[in-house]
Design a protein around this ligand. Sequence first.
Ligand SMILES: [Zn+2]
Ligand SMILES: [Zn+2]
Length: 498
Amino acid sequence: MMCGLHATKFYGPVYIGKVARVDTTRNVDFTVNDVHFEPDLRRGFSDPEVTPEWLYEAARINYSYAGSLSTFREVMNRQDDDSDDSDDSDDSDENDENETEDDTYDGNDNDKKDNQAPQQPPSAQPTKKTLCLQCRNPSNFLCSHCSGVYFCSASCKASSWSHFCLCPTWKKYTARRAPLSSFPSLDFSPLTTSSPFTTSDQPYRDFLKSLKLYRRGWWSVELDGWAGGLSGSAKDVDCTIRSTFSEGFCFENEEDLGDIGKPFPSSSPPLPPLNSWGDYYALRNIPPTSPAALLLHFPLTMYEGLMKYAEPQREVSKMLNKPLNIHIVGVEKELNFLDMFKELFLLFSPSNLALNLTFVVRGDMLPARCRSGFTFPHDTPTTKNSITVVSGTYNDSLDPNFDCGGKPDVVFAMNAGIYAYESWRFVVEYLEKSGCLGIFTDYNEYSGLNCASLGGRKCRDSLSVNPFRQPLALPVYSMNLPQFANGFFYVFNEQDME
Ligand SMILES: [Zn+2]
Ligand SMILES: [Zn+2]
Protein backbone atom coordinates (compact mmCIF):
# COMPACT_ATOMS: atom_id res chain seq x y z
CA MET A 1 0.00 0.00 0.00
CA MET A 2 1.40 3.38 -0.84
CA CYS A 3 0.44 7.01 -0.96
CA GLY A 4 1.04 9.79 -3.44
CA LEU A 5 2.97 7.92 -6.08
CA HIS A 6 0.54 8.59 -8.85
CA ALA A 7 0.09 12.31 -8.54
CA THR A 8 1.43 12.72 -12.07
CA LYS A 9 -1.58 11.03 -13.53
CA PHE A 10 -4.19 12.38 -11.20
CA TYR A 11 -2.78 15.85 -10.64
CA GLY A 12 -2.40 15.62 -6.95
CA PRO A 13 -4.72 13.33 -5.04
CA VAL A 14 -3.52 11.00 -2.39
CA TYR A 15 -3.60 7.67 -4.03
CA ILE A 16 -4.04 4.47 -2.14
CA GLY A 17 -3.66 1.19 -3.89
CA LYS A 18 -1.90 -2.13 -3.95
CA VAL A 19 1.54 -2.23 -5.54
CA ALA A 20 0.55 -5.02 -7.80
CA ARG A 21 -1.56 -5.71 -10.79
CA VAL A 22 -5.15 -5.83 -9.61
CA ASP A 23 -7.43 -8.52 -10.87
CA THR A 24 -10.12 -6.36 -12.39
CA THR A 25 -12.67 -9.12 -12.56
CA ARG A 26 -13.02 -9.12 -8.77
CA ASN A 27 -14.01 -6.38 -6.40
CA VAL A 28 -10.98 -4.66 -4.92
CA ASP A 29 -10.67 -5.41 -1.23
CA PHE A 30 -8.41 -3.37 1.04
CA THR A 31 -7.72 -4.65 4.51
CA VAL A 32 -5.37 -3.17 7.10
CA ASN A 33 -5.06 -4.89 10.47
CA ASP A 34 -8.27 -6.77 9.79
CA VAL A 35 -10.16 -3.51 9.15
CA HIS A 36 -11.76 -3.35 5.77
CA PHE A 37 -11.95 -0.05 3.94
CA GLU A 38 -12.53 1.44 0.52
CA PRO A 39 -10.36 4.05 -1.14
CA ASP A 40 -12.83 6.81 -0.27
CA LEU A 41 -11.37 7.88 3.07
CA ARG A 42 -14.42 9.86 4.07
CA ARG A 43 -16.87 7.01 3.92
CA GLY A 44 -14.86 3.90 3.44
CA PHE A 45 -13.59 2.84 6.83
CA SER A 46 -15.86 0.43 8.55
CA ASP A 47 -14.87 1.93 11.89
CA PRO A 48 -14.15 5.67 11.69
CA GLU A 49 -12.26 5.53 15.01
CA VAL A 50 -9.42 3.57 13.48
CA THR A 51 -8.73 5.83 10.50
CA PRO A 52 -4.97 6.26 10.79
CA GLU A 53 -3.80 9.85 11.09
CA TRP A 54 -0.96 9.12 8.66
CA LEU A 55 -3.49 9.02 5.84
CA TYR A 56 -4.52 12.59 6.55
CA GLU A 57 -0.86 13.56 6.95
CA ALA A 58 -0.07 11.92 3.62
CA ALA A 59 -2.68 14.11 1.97
CA ARG A 60 -0.94 17.23 3.27
CA ILE A 61 2.52 16.08 2.25
CA ASN A 62 1.34 15.11 -1.17
CA TYR A 63 0.00 18.62 -1.64
CA SER A 64 3.42 20.22 -2.19
CA TYR A 65 4.34 17.47 -4.63
CA ALA A 66 1.15 18.03 -6.58
CA GLY A 67 1.65 21.78 -6.45
CA SER A 68 5.09 21.56 -8.08
CA LEU A 69 3.80 19.27 -10.79
CA SER A 70 0.92 21.57 -11.42
CA THR A 71 3.17 24.62 -11.75
CA PHE A 72 5.31 22.69 -14.20
CA ARG A 73 2.26 21.63 -16.19
CA GLU A 74 0.98 25.19 -16.28
CA VAL A 75 4.28 26.50 -17.64
CA MET A 76 4.38 23.80 -20.29
CA ASN A 77 0.81 24.52 -21.38
CA ARG A 78 0.88 28.29 -21.31
CA GLN A 79 0.87 28.68 -25.07
CA ASP A 80 -2.25 26.57 -25.33
CA ASP A 81 -4.08 28.85 -22.92
CA ASP A 82 -3.34 31.87 -25.10
CA SER A 83 -5.08 30.31 -28.04
CA ASP A 84 -8.35 30.09 -26.16
CA ASP A 85 -9.47 33.20 -28.01
CA SER A 86 -12.12 31.35 -29.91
CA ASP A 87 -15.19 32.50 -31.74
CA ASP A 88 -18.06 30.57 -33.25
CA SER A 89 -16.24 29.41 -36.32
CA ASP A 90 -13.31 28.07 -34.28
CA ASP A 91 -15.63 26.00 -32.20
CA SER A 92 -17.55 24.44 -35.01
CA ASP A 93 -15.38 21.32 -35.13
CA GLU A 94 -15.71 20.58 -31.45
CA ASN A 95 -18.11 17.74 -31.95
CA ASP A 96 -16.70 16.43 -35.14
CA GLU A 97 -17.62 12.97 -36.15
CA ASN A 98 -14.00 11.81 -36.44
CA GLU A 99 -13.70 11.55 -32.71
CA THR A 100 -13.38 7.81 -32.58
CA GLU A 101 -11.94 7.17 -36.01
CA ASP A 102 -8.97 5.26 -34.62
CA ASP A 103 -10.89 3.56 -31.87
CA THR A 104 -12.15 0.08 -32.24
CA TYR A 105 -12.37 -0.65 -28.54
CA ASP A 106 -15.96 -1.06 -27.47
CA GLY A 107 -15.39 -0.54 -23.74
CA ASN A 108 -16.27 -4.11 -22.89
CA ASP A 109 -14.30 -5.63 -20.02
CA ASN A 110 -14.12 -8.97 -21.75
CA ASP A 111 -12.72 -7.54 -24.93
CA LYS A 112 -9.22 -8.99 -25.18
CA LYS A 113 -8.34 -7.34 -28.48
CA ASP A 114 -5.01 -5.77 -27.79
CA ASN A 115 -5.53 -2.56 -29.73
CA GLN A 116 -2.62 -0.21 -29.47
CA ALA A 117 -3.34 3.40 -28.69
CA PRO A 118 -3.01 5.73 -31.67
CA GLN A 119 0.64 6.73 -31.84
CA GLN A 120 0.37 10.21 -33.30
CA PRO A 121 1.67 12.98 -31.00
CA PRO A 122 -0.97 14.96 -29.12
CA SER A 123 -2.27 17.96 -31.03
CA ALA A 124 -0.71 21.34 -30.24
CA GLN A 125 -4.21 22.83 -30.20
CA PRO A 126 -6.06 22.74 -26.90
CA THR A 127 -8.17 19.65 -27.13
CA LYS A 128 -11.84 19.61 -26.31
CA LYS A 129 -12.42 15.93 -26.68
CA THR A 130 -12.85 13.32 -24.04
CA LEU A 131 -9.50 11.72 -23.34
CA CYS A 132 -8.17 8.30 -22.46
CA LEU A 133 -7.02 8.27 -18.84
CA GLN A 134 -3.92 6.28 -19.70
CA CYS A 135 -2.53 7.76 -22.94
CA ARG A 136 -4.50 11.06 -23.23
CA ASN A 137 -5.60 10.32 -26.77
CA PRO A 138 -9.23 10.99 -27.69
CA SER A 139 -11.63 8.29 -26.63
CA ASN A 140 -15.36 7.89 -26.14
CA PHE A 141 -15.31 4.62 -24.24
CA LEU A 142 -16.12 4.83 -20.58
CA CYS A 143 -14.85 2.43 -17.93
CA SER A 144 -17.62 -0.15 -17.96
CA HIS A 145 -17.66 -0.41 -14.16
CA CYS A 146 -17.65 3.19 -12.88
CA SER A 147 -18.38 5.23 -16.06
CA GLY A 148 -16.03 7.78 -14.53
CA VAL A 149 -13.06 7.67 -16.92
CA TYR A 150 -12.38 6.99 -20.60
CA PHE A 151 -10.11 4.36 -22.11
CA CYS A 152 -9.24 4.18 -25.79
CA SER A 153 -8.21 0.54 -25.93
CA ALA A 154 -8.18 -2.70 -24.02
CA SER A 155 -4.43 -2.34 -23.51
CA CYS A 156 -4.79 1.15 -22.03
CA LYS A 157 -7.45 -0.16 -19.72
CA ALA A 158 -5.29 -3.09 -18.67
CA SER A 159 -2.29 -0.78 -18.06
CA SER A 160 -4.27 1.58 -15.89
CA TRP A 161 -4.31 -0.70 -12.87
CA SER A 162 -4.19 2.36 -10.66
CA HIS A 163 -7.66 3.34 -11.79
CA PHE A 164 -9.09 0.08 -10.57
CA CYS A 165 -8.15 0.93 -7.02
CA LEU A 166 -10.23 4.10 -7.26
CA CYS A 167 -12.88 2.63 -9.54
CA PRO A 168 -15.29 1.52 -6.75
CA THR A 169 -15.21 5.03 -5.26
CA TRP A 170 -15.69 6.69 -8.63
CA LYS A 171 -18.66 4.45 -9.20
CA LYS A 172 -20.23 6.04 -6.13
CA TYR A 173 -19.48 9.51 -7.46
CA THR A 174 -21.02 8.85 -10.87
CA ALA A 175 -24.04 7.20 -9.23
CA ARG A 176 -24.83 10.57 -7.66
CA ARG A 177 -25.23 12.26 -11.04
CA ALA A 178 -29.03 12.04 -11.05
CA PRO A 179 -29.64 13.66 -7.63
CA LEU A 180 -26.95 16.28 -8.34
CA SER A 181 -28.66 17.10 -11.65
CA SER A 182 -32.05 17.53 -10.04
CA PHE A 183 -33.35 21.10 -9.77
CA PRO A 184 -37.11 20.52 -9.61
CA SER A 185 -38.06 24.20 -9.60
CA LEU A 186 -36.00 25.25 -12.64
CA ASP A 187 -37.74 24.53 -15.93
CA PHE A 188 -34.60 24.69 -18.05
CA SER A 189 -32.47 22.39 -15.84
CA PRO A 190 -33.41 19.04 -17.45
CA LEU A 191 -31.85 20.45 -20.62
CA THR A 192 -28.79 22.12 -19.05
CA THR A 193 -27.90 19.02 -17.04
CA SER A 194 -28.49 16.57 -19.91
CA SER A 195 -25.69 14.37 -21.14
CA PRO A 196 -24.68 16.41 -24.26
CA PHE A 197 -23.68 19.21 -21.86
CA THR A 198 -21.16 16.93 -20.13
CA THR A 199 -18.88 16.43 -23.12
CA SER A 200 -19.04 19.72 -25.02
CA ASP A 201 -19.70 23.39 -24.30
CA GLN A 202 -21.53 23.81 -27.61
CA PRO A 203 -24.98 22.92 -26.17
CA TYR A 204 -24.62 25.66 -23.52
CA ARG A 205 -23.46 28.10 -26.20
CA ASP A 206 -26.54 27.23 -28.27
CA PHE A 207 -28.75 27.57 -25.20
CA LEU A 208 -27.47 31.08 -24.42
CA LYS A 209 -27.72 32.06 -28.08
CA SER A 210 -31.34 30.90 -28.17
CA LEU A 211 -32.04 33.30 -25.29
CA LYS A 212 -30.01 36.10 -26.90
CA LEU A 213 -27.67 36.10 -23.90
CA TYR A 214 -24.49 34.75 -25.47
CA ARG A 215 -21.53 37.04 -24.73
CA ARG A 216 -23.78 39.75 -23.38
CA GLY A 217 -23.49 41.56 -20.03
CA TRP A 218 -22.71 39.32 -17.10
CA TRP A 219 -23.02 36.26 -19.38
CA SER A 220 -19.97 37.25 -21.37
CA VAL A 221 -17.50 34.98 -19.58
CA GLU A 222 -19.80 31.99 -19.28
CA LEU A 223 -18.34 30.04 -22.15
CA ASP A 224 -14.68 30.80 -22.65
CA GLY A 225 -13.87 30.80 -18.97
CA TRP A 226 -11.34 33.16 -17.53
CA ALA A 227 -7.94 31.55 -18.20
CA GLY A 228 -6.09 33.96 -15.96
CA GLY A 229 -7.80 36.93 -17.62
CA LEU A 230 -6.47 35.87 -21.02
CA SER A 231 -9.50 34.18 -22.54
CA GLY A 232 -11.20 35.88 -25.45
CA SER A 233 -14.11 37.05 -23.34
CA ALA A 234 -12.15 37.90 -20.18
CA LYS A 235 -9.84 40.27 -22.06
CA ASP A 236 -12.74 42.62 -22.72
CA VAL A 237 -13.97 42.74 -19.13
CA ASP A 238 -13.51 46.00 -17.28
CA CYS A 239 -14.47 45.21 -13.71
CA THR A 240 -14.63 48.89 -12.74
CA ILE A 241 -17.73 49.44 -14.87
CA ARG A 242 -20.92 49.38 -12.82
CA SER A 243 -24.02 47.57 -14.06
CA THR A 244 -27.60 47.48 -12.89
CA PHE A 245 -29.22 44.06 -12.57
CA SER A 246 -31.20 44.76 -15.72
CA GLU A 247 -28.04 45.65 -17.70
CA GLY A 248 -26.12 42.71 -16.25
CA PHE A 249 -28.68 39.99 -16.92
CA CYS A 250 -29.74 41.37 -20.34
CA PHE A 251 -33.01 39.44 -20.29
CA GLU A 252 -35.20 39.93 -23.35
CA ASN A 253 -38.14 39.31 -21.09
CA GLU A 254 -37.89 41.64 -18.08
CA GLU A 255 -40.10 39.24 -16.09
CA ASP A 256 -37.19 36.81 -15.90
CA LEU A 257 -35.54 39.22 -13.48
CA GLY A 258 -38.35 38.96 -10.91
CA ASP A 259 -37.45 41.06 -7.85
CA ILE A 260 -33.70 40.38 -8.03
CA GLY A 261 -31.88 43.48 -6.80
CA LYS A 262 -34.95 45.07 -5.22
CA PRO A 263 -34.50 46.11 -1.56
CA PHE A 264 -36.74 44.49 1.03
CA PRO A 265 -38.97 46.89 3.01
CA SER A 266 -37.09 48.30 6.01
CA SER A 267 -39.54 46.62 8.39
CA SER A 268 -39.04 43.24 6.74
CA PRO A 269 -38.46 40.37 9.23
CA PRO A 270 -35.41 38.09 8.71
CA LEU A 271 -35.90 35.88 5.68
CA PRO A 272 -37.30 32.36 6.02
CA PRO A 273 -34.63 29.69 5.47
CA LEU A 274 -33.72 29.30 1.80
CA ASN A 275 -33.02 25.64 1.13
CA SER A 276 -33.23 25.44 -2.64
CA TRP A 277 -33.46 27.43 -5.84
CA GLY A 278 -37.21 26.94 -5.55
CA ASP A 279 -37.26 28.82 -2.22
CA TYR A 280 -35.17 31.65 -3.63
CA TYR A 281 -37.17 31.94 -6.86
CA ALA A 282 -40.40 32.08 -4.82
CA LEU A 283 -38.95 34.75 -2.50
CA ARG A 284 -37.94 36.93 -5.45
CA ASN A 285 -40.96 36.22 -7.69
CA ILE A 286 -38.77 34.79 -10.42
CA PRO A 287 -40.59 32.57 -12.95
CA PRO A 288 -39.30 28.95 -13.13
CA THR A 289 -38.38 29.55 -16.76
CA SER A 290 -35.85 32.25 -15.84
CA PRO A 291 -32.20 31.20 -16.35
CA ALA A 292 -31.06 33.67 -13.63
CA ALA A 293 -29.74 30.85 -11.40
CA LEU A 294 -27.07 30.12 -14.01
CA LEU A 295 -25.33 33.32 -12.85
CA LEU A 296 -26.78 33.85 -9.38
CA HIS A 297 -25.09 30.75 -8.00
CA PHE A 298 -22.16 33.01 -6.99
CA PRO A 299 -23.99 35.31 -4.52
CA LEU A 300 -26.40 32.54 -3.45
CA THR A 301 -23.51 30.18 -2.74
CA MET A 302 -22.04 32.87 -0.49
CA TYR A 303 -25.42 33.31 1.17
CA GLU A 304 -25.71 29.59 1.81
CA GLY A 305 -22.11 29.33 3.06
CA LEU A 306 -22.49 32.24 5.48
CA MET A 307 -25.88 31.03 6.74
CA LYS A 308 -24.75 27.46 7.22
CA TYR A 309 -21.21 27.82 8.54
CA ALA A 310 -20.71 31.36 9.84
CA GLU A 311 -23.38 31.78 12.51
CA PRO A 312 -20.89 32.64 15.31
CA GLN A 313 -19.18 35.23 13.07
CA ARG A 314 -22.51 36.71 11.99
CA GLU A 315 -23.72 37.00 15.57
CA VAL A 316 -20.52 38.71 16.74
CA SER A 317 -20.74 41.21 13.87
CA LYS A 318 -24.33 42.05 14.71
CA MET A 319 -23.50 42.37 18.40
CA LEU A 320 -20.63 44.75 17.67
CA ASN A 321 -22.69 46.53 15.02
CA LYS A 322 -19.93 46.19 12.45
CA PRO A 323 -19.93 44.64 8.99
CA LEU A 324 -18.82 41.05 8.58
CA ASN A 325 -15.39 41.20 6.96
CA ILE A 326 -15.09 38.68 4.11
CA HIS A 327 -12.05 38.10 1.93
CA ILE A 328 -12.88 36.40 -1.35
CA VAL A 329 -9.71 34.80 -2.66
CA GLY A 330 -8.83 33.06 -5.91
CA VAL A 331 -11.14 35.46 -7.73
CA GLU A 332 -11.54 35.14 -11.49
CA LYS A 333 -14.84 35.42 -13.37
CA GLU A 334 -16.48 36.97 -10.29
CA LEU A 335 -14.78 40.18 -11.50
CA ASN A 336 -17.18 40.31 -14.41
CA PHE A 337 -20.22 40.77 -12.21
CA LEU A 338 -19.16 42.42 -8.98
CA ASP A 339 -22.46 44.29 -8.82
CA MET A 340 -24.36 41.01 -8.72
CA PHE A 341 -23.06 40.52 -5.15
CA LYS A 342 -25.36 43.36 -4.10
CA GLU A 343 -28.10 40.72 -4.07
CA LEU A 344 -26.15 39.14 -1.20
CA PHE A 345 -26.29 42.44 0.70
CA LEU A 346 -30.04 42.61 0.15
CA LEU A 347 -30.59 39.05 1.38
CA PHE A 348 -28.83 39.88 4.65
CA SER A 349 -30.41 43.30 5.10
CA PRO A 350 -33.58 42.06 6.89
CA SER A 351 -31.34 40.47 9.56
CA ASN A 352 -29.39 43.75 9.92
CA LEU A 353 -26.10 42.25 8.88
CA ALA A 354 -23.78 44.32 6.70
CA LEU A 355 -20.90 42.84 4.70
CA ASN A 356 -17.50 44.12 3.63
CA LEU A 357 -16.62 42.07 0.57
CA THR A 358 -12.94 42.31 -0.31
CA PHE A 359 -12.06 40.54 -3.54
CA VAL A 360 -8.37 39.63 -3.49
CA VAL A 361 -7.22 39.56 -7.12
CA ARG A 362 -3.84 39.05 -8.75
CA GLY A 363 -2.78 42.45 -10.13
CA ASP A 364 -2.30 41.26 -13.70
CA MET A 365 -5.97 40.27 -13.87
CA LEU A 366 -7.13 43.84 -13.31
CA PRO A 367 -7.58 46.49 -16.02
CA ALA A 368 -4.39 48.53 -16.38
CA ARG A 369 -5.89 51.72 -15.01
CA CYS A 370 -6.84 50.14 -11.69
CA ARG A 371 -4.01 47.71 -11.08
CA SER A 372 -3.74 48.82 -7.48
CA GLY A 373 -7.36 47.99 -6.72
CA PHE A 374 -10.48 50.07 -6.15
CA THR A 375 -13.60 50.39 -4.04
CA PHE A 376 -17.09 50.75 -5.44
CA PRO A 377 -18.73 53.83 -3.93
CA HIS A 378 -21.65 52.99 -1.68
CA ASP A 379 -25.00 53.01 -3.43
CA THR A 380 -26.61 54.91 -0.60
CA PRO A 381 -24.93 56.99 2.11
CA THR A 382 -26.53 54.87 4.84
CA THR A 383 -25.41 51.45 3.73
CA LYS A 384 -22.51 49.81 5.52
CA ASN A 385 -22.01 47.21 2.79
CA SER A 386 -18.99 47.56 0.57
CA ILE A 387 -17.27 45.96 -2.41
CA THR A 388 -13.51 46.44 -2.62
CA VAL A 389 -11.03 44.91 -5.02
CA VAL A 390 -7.51 44.51 -3.65
CA SER A 391 -4.63 43.78 -6.00
CA GLY A 392 -2.19 41.05 -5.01
CA THR A 393 -2.05 37.64 -3.37
CA TYR A 394 -1.94 36.46 0.23
CA ASN A 395 1.55 36.37 1.73
CA ASP A 396 3.14 37.37 -1.56
CA SER A 397 2.34 41.06 -1.76
CA LEU A 398 -0.43 41.17 0.85
CA ASP A 399 -0.65 40.56 4.57
CA PRO A 400 -4.17 39.18 5.04
CA ASN A 401 -4.45 40.85 8.45
CA PHE A 402 -3.62 44.37 7.31
CA ASP A 403 -3.77 44.85 3.55
CA CYS A 404 -7.24 43.63 2.60
CA GLY A 405 -9.60 45.83 4.58
CA GLY A 406 -8.55 44.34 7.90
CA LYS A 407 -8.43 40.89 9.41
CA PRO A 408 -11.04 38.65 7.82
CA ASP A 409 -13.90 37.11 9.79
CA VAL A 410 -14.37 34.68 6.90
CA VAL A 411 -12.21 33.69 3.95
CA PHE A 412 -14.33 32.55 1.00
CA ALA A 413 -13.12 30.85 -2.18
CA MET A 414 -15.40 29.59 -4.91
CA ASN A 415 -14.47 26.79 -7.32
CA ALA A 416 -11.06 26.90 -5.75
CA GLY A 417 -9.31 23.64 -6.65
CA ILE A 418 -6.79 24.35 -3.90
CA TYR A 419 -5.18 20.96 -4.32
CA ALA A 420 -3.97 21.66 -7.82
CA TYR A 421 -2.29 25.04 -7.40
CA GLU A 422 0.72 25.73 -5.26
CA SER A 423 -0.37 29.35 -4.71
CA TRP A 424 -3.22 28.18 -2.47
CA ARG A 425 -0.66 27.06 0.08
CA PHE A 426 -0.53 30.59 1.54
CA VAL A 427 -4.27 30.66 2.04
CA VAL A 428 -4.23 27.23 3.67
CA GLU A 429 -1.30 28.24 5.89
CA TYR A 430 -3.04 31.45 6.88
CA LEU A 431 -6.17 29.54 7.88
CA GLU A 432 -4.10 27.03 9.83
CA LYS A 433 -2.26 29.75 11.73
CA SER A 434 -5.12 32.17 12.31
CA GLY A 435 -7.94 29.71 12.93
CA CYS A 436 -10.09 31.93 10.67
CA LEU A 437 -13.18 30.35 9.13
CA GLY A 438 -12.55 29.32 5.52
CA ILE A 439 -15.47 28.39 3.26
CA PHE A 440 -14.59 26.77 -0.07
CA THR A 441 -16.42 25.26 -2.99
CA ASP A 442 -15.27 22.80 -5.60
CA TYR A 443 -16.57 21.48 -8.91
CA ASN A 444 -16.64 17.77 -8.19
CA GLU A 445 -16.69 15.42 -5.25
CA TYR A 446 -13.33 13.86 -5.99
CA SER A 447 -11.47 17.15 -6.13
CA GLY A 448 -13.45 18.51 -3.18
CA LEU A 449 -12.46 15.56 -1.05
CA ASN A 450 -8.78 15.94 -1.86
CA CYS A 451 -8.86 19.70 -1.26
CA ALA A 452 -10.75 19.30 1.99
CA SER A 453 -8.19 16.80 3.23
CA LEU A 454 -5.73 19.72 3.53
CA GLY A 455 -7.78 21.01 6.43
CA GLY A 456 -7.67 17.73 8.33
CA ARG A 457 -10.37 15.28 9.16
CA LYS A 458 -13.04 17.72 10.30
CA CYS A 459 -12.67 19.70 7.09
CA ARG A 460 -12.77 16.52 5.04
CA ASP A 461 -15.92 15.40 6.84
CA SER A 462 -17.55 18.75 6.08
CA LEU A 463 -17.78 18.04 2.34
CA SER A 464 -21.41 18.51 1.34
CA VAL A 465 -23.55 19.27 -1.68
CA ASN A 466 -24.38 22.93 -2.25
CA PRO A 467 -28.11 23.38 -2.95
CA PHE A 468 -27.21 26.60 -4.80
CA ARG A 469 -24.73 24.96 -7.21
CA GLN A 470 -25.01 26.12 -10.81
CA PRO A 471 -27.83 24.21 -12.53
CA LEU A 472 -25.57 23.32 -15.42
CA ALA A 473 -23.61 20.11 -16.06
CA LEU A 474 -20.10 21.29 -16.91
CA PRO A 475 -18.20 19.52 -19.66
CA VAL A 476 -15.21 17.54 -18.44
CA TYR A 477 -12.79 16.05 -20.90
CA SER A 478 -10.40 14.03 -18.79
CA MET A 479 -13.01 12.15 -16.79
CA ASN A 480 -16.74 11.74 -16.48
CA LEU A 481 -17.61 12.73 -12.92
CA PRO A 482 -20.67 14.91 -12.24
CA GLN A 483 -19.29 18.45 -12.23
CA PHE A 484 -21.03 21.68 -11.27
CA ALA A 485 -19.77 25.20 -10.56
CA ASN A 486 -19.96 25.72 -6.79
CA GLY A 487 -20.98 22.07 -6.55
CA PHE A 488 -19.61 21.11 -3.15
CA PHE A 489 -18.80 22.92 0.09
CA TYR A 490 -16.00 22.20 2.51
CA VAL A 491 -15.02 24.26 5.51
CA PHE A 492 -11.82 25.03 7.39
CA ASN A 493 -12.02 25.87 11.12
CA GLU A 494 -15.78 25.57 11.50
CA GLN A 495 -16.79 26.60 15.01
CA ASP A 496 -19.70 25.30 16.97
CA MET A 497 -22.13 27.79 18.48
CA GLU A 498 -21.55 27.97 22.24
ZN1 LIG B 1 -5.38 5.17 -24.32
ZN1 LIG C 1 -13.72 2.64 -13.42
